[in-house]
Design a protein around this ligand. Structure first.
Ligand SMILES: Nc1ncnc2c1ncn2[C@@H]1O[C@H](COP(=O)(O)OP(=O)(O)O)[C@@H](O)[C@H]1O
Ligand SMILES: [Mg+2]
Length: 342
């Protein structure tokens, strides 16, 4: 049984103004998250991502469908019984949502006090968390005195205080600069690896998915349009929305202005070879072209690393007799995906 199972969920909010038709925020979404995974959910603003994660800790109830967390159907649980469930689910936010009138220490101890943990016990826990997130020296500082990255580290420590099995991160790095984003993502990765916490990360940035997620679901208009292992999604996206997200960080087949620019410089044939994992097929491509006396120049593309595996798309401008090039491309098709671009 997955730690989170969302089955055929629909969520319709009442219209914000009178006369407006209610559009579903979620429209028949099913999703399983396995224990120990970092599961990414990516989509543009308004796709339904936040609504989906808020179902997991029952901040929202589905209009129809069920949400089961750790064997408990939270979607039908009475509000009074949700407190215990929520202790097992930490949450971090884009705007950190810290208590500005409490110190770093005070923020982290807060959920433990609310949960009624005895003082001797929670002091040890707060101290341990401060070490884990690297904020021992800031224990008595107030949030206003911290950088964005430090604030988010407090947010993460606070979310972990009650030792939850699940952490929900809703755009946790979206307010941070790229360098700080990397630090916070590295911290989330440690949370997953060292504590075995299952993490659901929501983002609109593919780099977040690439750097920490194991699995990903792509959302559009309240639906999941594609899902799978992060490597598979990056190396061979199928849905249009997925392709758009992947293209933000992966150069694959040149098109649009990139292609026009290439065309001007290279009047001959332009061909993209796609590879996944290992370079033996790359050797085969270059050997075949060389043996056939075909001239080639690498003009576009690159190799990408996802989940410690590599894939890439290399675009070459070829010069040689058409029939010879055709024969070579036919031979290469058995070892690499070949796309003739122009
Ligand atoms: N409390 C609410 N009341 C009415 N509409 C809402 C509410 N929360 C979200 N929505 C609508 O649901 C859709 C999905 O929103 P949301 O889940 O926040 O998307 P995302 O997090 O992907 O940006 C949007 O059209 C949004 O306007
Ligand atoms: Mg959102």
């Amino acid at each position: 049984m997955p730690i989170i199972r969302i089955t055929d969920v629909t969520k319709v909010f009442p219209p914000r103004s009178r006369g407006e038709a209610p559009a579903p925020a979620l429209d028949g979404v099913s999703l399983d998250v396995e224990k120990g995974d970092i599961f990414g959910i990516i989509g543009y603003s308004g796709a339904g991502k936040s609504t989906l994660v808020r179902l997991i800790n029952a901040l929202e109830k589905p209009t129809s469908g069920t949400v089961v967390v750790d064997g408990i159907e939270v979607s039908s649980l009475a509000e009074g019984k949700l407190g215990k469930v929520r202790l097992g689910i930490g949450m971090v936010f884009q705007q950190f949502n810290l208590f500005t009138s409490r110190t770093v220490w005070g923020n982290i101890e807060y959920p433990l006090r609310v949960a009624g943990v005895p003082k001797e016990q929670y002091q040890a826990r707060v101290s341990e968390l401060l070490h884990f997130v690297g904020l021992v020296d800031q224990a008595h500082a107030y949030p206003d005195q911290l950088s964005g990255g430090q604030k988010q580290r407090v947010g993460i420590a606070r979310a972990l205080a009650t030792s939850p099995a699940i952490l929900l991160a809703d755009e946790a790095t979206s307010a941070l600069d790229p360098e700080t984003t990397r630090e916070v993502l590295a911290l989330l990765k440690r949370v997953n690896e060292e504590f075995g916490v299952t993490i659901v990360v929501i983002t609109h940035e593919m780099e977040v998915i690439r750097s920490i997620a194991h699995k990903v679901a792509v959302m559009e208009n309240g639906r999941i349009v594609e899902r799978g292992d992060v490597f598979d999604i990056f190396s061979a996206p199928v849905a249009e929305a997925t392709k758009r997200f992947v293209s933000t960080i992966v150069t694959s087949v040149p098109d649009g202005v990139s292609l026009e620019a290439l065309r001007v410089r290279h009047p001959g044939r332009i061909v993209t070879f796609s590879f996944a994992d290992g370079s033996t097929s790359q050797s085969a491509v270059f050997l075949t072209l060389g043996a056939a006396g075909i001239g080639f120049e690498l003009v576009y593309g690159g190799i990408n690393e996802v989940q410690a595996r590599t894939f890439g798309h290399l675009t070459l401008a070829l010069t040689g007799d058409d029939a010879v090039v055709d024969a070579a491309l036919d031979e290469i098709r058995s070892v690499a995906e070949v796309t003739e671009v122009a």
